[in-house]
Design a protein around this ligand. Sequence first.
Ligand SMILES: [Cu+2]
Length: 189
Amino acid sequence: MRLTLACPAAVLLVLRSFALHAQAAPTQAQAEFIKAAEEGAPARISSKAAIARLEPSGKLTPVRPGGNGFTCTLIPDESTAPVCADEPGLRWFVAAVSKQPRPPASQTGVAYMAKGGTHYEMPDGQIVMNKSAGAKDVKEPAHWMLLTPLDPAATGIPTRPNAGGSYIMFAGTPYAHLMVYQDPKLLKD
Ligand SMILES: [Cu+2]
């Protein structure tokens, strides 16, 4: 988990506490969190992923180490939707939940939300990042995401959910990304 590069001292502490507690069975609260977070992706990914708690401040607290570069967590909003993301994807989510002006400009991230999630939609169908007057909560089906700021004009990809299943969410903002309404659990190995 390279995220923690931002604060090397914290990483060391976290790694040490993993070493100390490596043999300890997870508490019931941890076990429940792990089970819920693992629902974000197919078992072949989530069973080997790191599990971490994510707070609205962007603080990540490891719950279980992983081995495949993915981390599963629960989005810290009313949805508490599980998400499993690779390293760039996790950094993107940390930036988004902690309301950073933009995600770190780095590689494209991939994230899975096999239980779906929610977003805010204005009466005209425009998807907005923050809840504002007139915005309503809309449920999203199971989907996966390519976290890279695609441009609707350059790509021709629509900016709203549609029968084709793919659209650019938050188009025109640094958090623009490709949404694919397809259950990641149906992806083949
Ligand atoms: Cu999205």
